[in-house]
Design a protein. Structure first.
Length: 370
């Protein structure tokens, strides 16, 4: 199937929960979709051919980090990140907005210029303007680009949140102009406003005229409780365009995803599956298990006896416990691969239940377990 332009198809809804497809020239993304994070051009400790076998259809890269290492000139020489990292499917790139918050001690924000960073590598001064962020994402050859935004830390201070909305709105307009008209790719806008419905709606109203290809909710996964996150999602998603993909950035746990899907979100990214894998934490249908725990020392059962990935079904929990305790790299590789595979199986099951109209039953079964 030859796809010439980016578009979104809403197939069905179970109340607010949505089943859909995103069409891109590099492939179709079934939604709800989970995107493993490949910040530096790799989903940590996982081969790209193994990612494909997990049914991963899209990954995330990071503009700020790739700009520094290996540098956009290197990536551009390969025609983009896809060929550089041997990944043929779609890539979404974060604009660098999250680093404005996470590396706040190393940067300052200038409303007119953009973010002015000191490199966390060598202290070199770096200016990331809205225009430069889009230019870098174009050189990376992303399929879905994100506008540069100001992502504030968790706060109840409406003045701080309003300033972030004003900055993000101005930068969104500049990003849209720099992006131009490219039907093969997509540019997503970002809604800010913290935990306040009125501010979220104000932010959305200000960026809707730019007619972005999708809409992300930023400023979450910054320390709020799950209950607070679900509350703001329940209040805002009805106002998002029904014919565009919806993306919550940076979440999360399986129950984070389950709850967000319940309220109408289509796309997610998070480092959790691989970060947890590197610490010996595995996700299963019965909940999380810490393979560092001594109770697994003599456990002869595998994490998943149905998996055909890298022979995972042949590795016992006892062996994984041994690898973790001896700091063997193979532990990170196997558990990270298992976790990403679990997340994609989880999303696949959610899509099946959305198609059958039984999502509520699935939600009620797993919201307390996972």
């Amino acid at each position: 199937m030859l796809i010439k332009k980016f578009c979104f198809e809403l197939i069905t809804q179970n109340r607010k929960a949505r089943l859909g497809k995103i069409y891109t020239p590099r492939g179709i993304i079934d939604t709800p979709a989970f995107m493993p994070v490949g910040t530096l051009g790799t989903v940590k400790s996982i081969f790209t051919d193994d990612l494909i076998k997990t049914n991963t259809q899209i990954i995330l890269g990071n503009t700020y980090h790739l700009m520094l290492r290996p540098g956009t000139n290197v990536i551009e020489k390969f025609g983009g990140l896809h060929k550089f990292m041997n990944w043929e499917k779609p890539i979404l790139t974060d604009s660098g907005g999250f680093q404005i918050m996470s590396l706040s001690k190393l940067n300052q924000i200038d409303y007119k210029i953009g973010a002015i960073f000191k490199s966390h590598i060598d202290g070199k001064k770096i200016i990331l303007s809205p225009e430069k962020s889009i230019q870098i994402q174009k050189k990376i050859n992303s399929d879905i680009l994100m506008v540069l935004d100001e992502c504030p830390k968790l706060t109840r201070d409406k003045k701080i949140l309003k300033n972030a909305i004003d900055t993000s709105t101005s930068w969104a307009k500049r990003c849209k102009i720099e992006f131009g008209n490219n039907k093969k790719k997509a540019l997503f806008g970002i809604v800010q406003g913290g935990l306040y419905k009125d501010l979220r709606l104000e932010s959305l109203e200000k960026i809707l005229p730019y007619e972005f290809d999708g809409y992300a909710l930023g400023g979450l996964a910054v320390g709020e409780t799950q209950e607070q996150m679900f509350k703001i999602l329940s209040e805002i998603t009805d106002y998002l365009p029904i014919n565009k993909p919806r993306y919550v950035m940076g979440i999360g746990t399986p129950t984070d995803l389950l709850g967000a899907i319940k309220y109408g979100i289509d796309m997610f990214d998070c480092v959790l599956p691989t970060r947890s894998g590197r610490t010996g934490l595995a996700f299963t249908w019965k909940g999380k298990i810490n393979l560092k725990n001594s109770k697994y020392k003599y456990d002869t059962t595998p994490l998943n006896d149905d998996s055909n990935l890298r022979g995972l079904k042949y590795y016992s929990k006892s062996y994984l416990n041994h690898l973790i305790k001896t700091n063997e790299i193979l532990a990170s590789m196997l558990i990270s691969l298992h976790n990403v595979s679990f997340y994609q199986q989880f999303m696949c099951e959610i899509r099946k239940h959305l198609k059958k109209g039984t999502f509520d039953r699935f939600y009620n079964k797993y919201i307390k377990i996972l």
